[in-house]
Design a protein around this ligand. Structure first.
Ligand SMILES: Cc1cc2nc3c(=O)[nH]c(=O)nc-3n(C[C@H](O)[C@H](O)[C@H](O)COP(=O)(O)OP(=O)(O)OC[C@H]3O[C@@H](n4cnc5c(N)ncnc54)[C@H](O)[C@@H]3O)c2cc1C
Length: 813
């Protein structure tokens, strides 16, 4: 086929992801699509995948994406005439110890919350389903009957056929070699056979996606890793519809294939491939068999299925697959480029994800907005740090090694640390801080009391920091604490068009006079919450915006992308220019008064205001705001003065018992106060009204803003879901999120966050209660509630207002 001179959308890569994206673009959006593949379809990673298809993930949206894949694979043949090899065999996950079993009990609850039926089986039941298995070491297994397996190449060819049926053009043997750019916009794709003008590019180049992205100046932080499995000869007595098995304690997986078994695993010592460019000519190629490295899986697999000890190996597959630093794939609009979308880095679940990933990526590329909350896979979760390939490799290998380890709550990565430290790092270490890391920043999670071990000891129940964090929490409520929040992302938006731009982008009124501070959400066109942050108006035409550490790239890109055309606005990321010290607690004013001459009385410096004050001779941006529900200030200090301001505060605070406090206490403090966390409690799937944040939306002002029309269109209808808080009476219950909410015995939602409130002395959870006919106050208050916690049903009380200081008197004291 000769190449066209122009295509609306060019998809790069003919693996399962590119073909699925092209299929959905053509079928759902009638787009003019051209898919370019340098070799032949499937010739990258797709052809050699094992083909296990699991669906359950910890994110509801990603689970929905994977469920979509299964639905598509079931029916694709009817549409295209080409088989997908889909077999709904179900999946058994094996547990050999108590912690794993707790993990599965939580998993079964998550499944139920997400509308899937996961069963927990006894070893005897497992044996009946899979007679060749040794079950002597099992505690039990989880069973998800709707999982299965498929043929990766067949699905891909079937998707390609479907795409062509809807007029997509697919051309093999054409390599993309670069892009013609106009600023940060791609105007044409360069290939080894000429240029093609285009409006949008979708980079589905698998392990090449990093280098293809680099050609347009974008960073796709993935790392190819060698992944091996073997295919055995026929095994007597193995059923053709044997369930797939995941045996995480032995780090292995199994799948039936033509009478034999496919098995492989996730070893703790994975082998990275290159951190440089992947060769262009890696078509249908594998690495040499590496039985030395594979032996660890072999030993474990034979222990599980003894018949493997006497059966021959037909073939070993040792192929490269792209993994990422957090084990999630990479999707969406690249922040560095106006019109490149990415779908790559599938961490060995690209076959399971393929159908759904193509669906959402096509929507995203057409509408410029993700169709649902895809934050955990959003390319904007990364930052400049992720351009460091050695760091990405090390962190990715750690994530790979943890693929099958027990996922303890609150677990932190260890590799590549410390990477970014605040100026207070050594001082906080001296206070026995135990750090976690967020987007590369070391942040104090808690402070170990003298005599206690200053490190996390993970467990499924209360962890070793529980009591220490309780002390920090109560200290903030009773006295005052100092949080190092220097990792906060901070931007300045300025220029003649700044006010008009933010008026459009922000759902709340940010036009208040200079010196005022506004909490606001940024909404998408569906009225869903894309971000929430505080905006301080420093001057008529200058704003200072503060948002969460992890949202730095995302929120900046969202703001920059939505400035209305023609406005003269300057947007600067000033994160590293300011250290942030949050002084919080009823004694905060006493401490602040001791270090500044500024009037910090309630009348002189009310809640919701921003002022420049001087501390230790340094001008400090003080924002009167709180995320803990107490009197307090966020002090934004020129980075070089952060240490001296900290020392000054600590010295002046000594009579008031000022002490440093960490992020785990912050979390329990905000839970008690009912402050929502973006990414879990509030997401692009939720509107401010559903989230109970309608008070922060300027509906009464007659001005247009992004998301307003969608909210207005739904204003008269009932709210089908509403955010609510729950308290458990059981003092030992551990909430981790995703627990099912039962109302009068029926599931009505699940927790978006959960934890412990040390002041109220109980476990607290939040989530949306759903009811098609509308969730009224009467409906909420009128139910009898229970939470399903690790598969146990526990009585719960609904909280109709904040559990701590519902009137906000302490905040405004
Ligand atoms: C051993 C092994 C077992 C696996 N088992 C499973 C499993 O059981 N279940 C599961 O869900 N997943 C599994 N996977 C993962 C799965 O194979 C991948 O996630 C999936 O195939 C990725 O698809 P892709 O389309 O992103 O990449 P690819 O299939 O690699 O496709 C990318 C394509 O882009 C093309 N390309 C690159 N650069 C250019 C360019 N410049 N111009 C034009 N074309 C270009 C390449 O030639 C390639 O064909 C496994 C992977 C391995 C290695």
């Amino acid at each position: 086929m000769t190449l066209p001179a122009h295509a609306q959308i060019v998809v790069i890569g003919g693996g399962i992801i590119g073909c699925s994206t092209a299929y959905h673009l053509a079928r759902d959006h009638k787009a003019d699509v051209l898919l370019l593949e340098q070799g032949r379809l499937t010739s990258g990673s797709t052809w050699h995948a094992a083909g296990l298809v699991g669906q359950l993930r910890s994110s509801a949206s990603i689970t929905r994406v994977l469920k979509y894949s299964v639905d598509l694979y079931k029916r694709l043949k009817d549409e295209t005439g080409l088989e997908t090899g889909w077999k709904m065999t179900g999946c058994l996950r094996l547990a050999t110890n108590a912690d794993r079993w707790t993990e599965f009990r939580r998993l079964a609850t998550t499944a139920r919350s997400f509308g899937m039926d996961m069963h927990l089986l006894t070893p005897k039941e497992v044996k009946a389903m899979w007679p060749l298995m040794d079950v002597s070491d099992l505690v039990g297994a989880s069973w998800l009957p709707t999982d299965g397996q498929a043929s990766p190449s067949d699905i891909t060819q079937s998707l390609a056929r479907g795409a062509r049926m809807h007029d997509a053009r697919i051309v093999e043997g054409v390599r993309v070699t670069g892009f013609v750019m106009d600023g940060n916009r791609i105007t044409a794709v360069r290939t080894d056979q000429g240029e093609i003008g285009c409006e949008t590019v979708v980079n589905c180049a698998g392990q090449w996606a990093r280098q293809v992205g680099a050609m347009a100046g974008i960073n796709v932080p993935l790392q190819p890793v060698k992944h091996q499995y073997v295919i055995t000869e026929k095994i007597d007595g193995l059923s053709a519809d044997a369930p797939t098995i995941r045996d995480p304690d032995r780090r292995t997986y199994f799948k039936e294939e033509v009478g034999g078994l496919v098995f492989g695993g996730y070893e703790p010592d994975p082998q990275a491939w290159t951190t440089g460019d992947v060769p262009d000519d890696w078509e249908f190629r594998l690495f040499d068999d590496d039985y030395d490295h594979f032996e660890q899986h072999m030993v474990q697999a034979i222990a599980r299925v003894p018949a493997l000890g006497s059966v021959g190996i037909k073939q070993m597959i040792n192929g490269p697959e792209s993994f990422t630093p957090d084990g999630n794939f990479i999707l969406g609009a690249a922040p560095e480029c106006a019109n490149m979308f990415v779908g790559a880095g599938f961490n060995a679940f690209g076959i399971a994800s393929g159908g759904g990933a193509g669906w959402v990526l096509a929507e995203w590329a057409i509408r410029g907005e993700a169709p649902l909350d895809l934050w955990v896979v959003d390319i904007r979760r990364f930052s400049g740090l992720h351009a460091d390939r050695d760091w990405v490799r090390d962190r990715t290998l750690e994530a790979y090694g943890k693929h099958y380890t027990i996922a303890f709550p609150h677990e932190e990565y260890e590799s590549g640390r410390p990477r970014i430290v605040s100026p207070l790092y050594e001082r906080l270490r001296a206070h026995r801080a135990v750090f976690g890391s967020k987007l590369g920043w070391e942040r104090p999670n808690w402070f170990a009391p003298a005599g206690a071990e200053a490190r996390d000891v993970y467990s499924m129940g209360r962890q070793n920091w529980f009591a220490a964090v309780g002390d920090e929490h109560r200290h903030v409520r009773a006295h005052v604490g100092l949080f190092d929040q220097s990792s906060f992302a901070k931007y300045e938006v300025s220029g003649p068009g700044a006010l008009a731009a933010l008026e459009w982008i922000c759902a709340n009124d940010v036009t208040k006079a200079p010196g005022r501070l506004t909490y606001t959400q940024l909404l998408n066109s569906r009225g869903g919450i894309e971000a929430d942050l505080t905006v301080a108006r420093l001057a008529e035409d200058r704003f200072y915006i503060v948002t969460g550490t992890g949202f730095r790239t995302h929120d900046l890109a969202w703001i920059a992308d939505h400035v209305p055309a023609g406005l003269d606005v300057q947007i600067d990321d000033v994160t590293e220019r300011f250290g942030t010290l949050s002084l919080m607690g009823p004694k905060a004013r006493d401490v602040l008064e001791a270090v500044t001459g500024a009037d910090v009385s309630n009348a002189g410096f009310p809640f919701g205001h921003a002022r420049e004050i001087r501390i230790a001779g340094t001008p400090v941006r003080a924002l009167r705001v709180t995320y803990v529900g107490e009197l307090g200030w966020e002090l934004h200090v020129p980075i070089e003065a952060t240490g001296v301001v900290f020392d000054t505060l600590m010295a002046a605070g000594a009579p008031h018992e000022l002490r440093p406090v960490g992020y785990r206490a912050l979390e329990s403090l905000r839970l008690e106060k009912g402050y929502r966390a973006w990414g879990s409690d509030i997401t692009p799937n939720d509107t401010p009204f559903e989230a109970g944040l309608g008070w922060a939306v300027k509906m009464r002002r007659n001005v247009p803003f992004l998301g307003r029309d969608a909210l207005a269109a739904r204003a008269d209808g009932p709210l089908e879901k509403r955010f609510a808080g729950f308290v458990l009476d059981d003092p030992d219950a551990v909430l981790v999120g995703r627990e099912t909410i039962l109302r009068n015995g029926e599931p009505v939602g699940y927790l978006t966050s959960g934890g412990y409130g040390y002041t109220v002395g109980a476990s607290i959870g939040y989530g949306y209660v759903r009811h098609g006919a509308g969730v009224t106050d009467g409906f909420l208050a009128g139910g009898r509630y229970e939470l399903v916690v690790a598969n146990d049903v526990l009585p719960a009380r609904i909280a109709m207002e904040a559990l701590h200081d519902p009137a906000g008197l302490r905040v405004k004291a």
